[in-house]
Design a protein around this ligand. Structure first.
Ligand SMILES: [Zn+2]
Length: 208
């Protein structure tokens, strides 16, 4: 009780400037909490079709702040510098985790995102099998993504396939919709390839 009385006394004794400072400090703290809350909500949060349309309509044509304007060379350089510093996270996505869980349940040990060319999502290093799990949107799946085509991503995928195959790797690629439809089928394919590779290596060592 005494403490509360003391605090009240202190607050009432403050002059206007000090009160303003305290108020500003509280406001700042509230803002931080608000931002944190918003970020927490954003994770795995999907916008409805209606709000998506609203956002896109609000930035169309001359309503867009960049309408008939271009970035200056200075601004472009600034953007480049910022992008160089960003750290790309190689955490496992939801579809990757589905495949990983299915394989671990079957008792297989594998590497996730090993540091080899192309950064495969899963790999058996001894058997030289690299497994990629491609999202339907960014990798322009012919069944799901009929709108935008990302040529850069497709070219990069082709290059990764080529380089790995040249170095005696086996490359497996699965679509996001394949995993969502049937994880077990995907795991079966991986399992079969792994077992055949394992047997090949065995016979090879026996002959030697
Ligand atoms: Zn697809």
């Amino acid at each position: 009780m005494n403490k509360i009385r003391k605090e009240r006394k202190v607050f009432s004794d403050l002059n206007v400037r000090e009160k303003y400072k305290l108020y500003k400090k509280q406001e700042k703290e509230a803002k931080v909490i608000k931002i944190k809350k918003r970020q927490g909500r954003k994770k795995g949060f999907c916008l409805s079709e209606e709000t998506k349309k609203k956002i896109s309509n609000a930035l169309k044509g001359n309503k867009n702040p960049m309408y008939r304007k271009h970035h200056t060379e200075e601004a472009k350089e600034k953007i480049r510098q910022v992008r160089l510093k960003t750290i790309f996270s190689y955490t496992n996505t939801k579809i990757e985790r589905l495949v990983q869980e299915e394989l671990t349940n079957r008792g297989y040990a594998f590497y996730t995102q090993p540091l080899i060319f192309g950064l495969p999502d899963l790999a058996f290093l001894d058997q030289k099998i690299a497994i990629f799990i491609d999202g339907c949107y960014w990798h322009s799946c012919p069944e799901c993504n009929k709108g935008r085509v990302f040529v850069k991503v497709i070219n990069r995928d082709d290059k990764v396939n080529e380089v790995l195959k040249r170095n005696n790797w086996i490359v497996l690629r699965f679509w996001e919709h394949e995993i969502n439809n049937n994880v077990k089928e995907v795991a079966d394919k991986i399992e079969n390839l792994y077992l055949t590779k394992l047997n090949e290596n065995k016979t090879f060592t026996e002959v030697d």
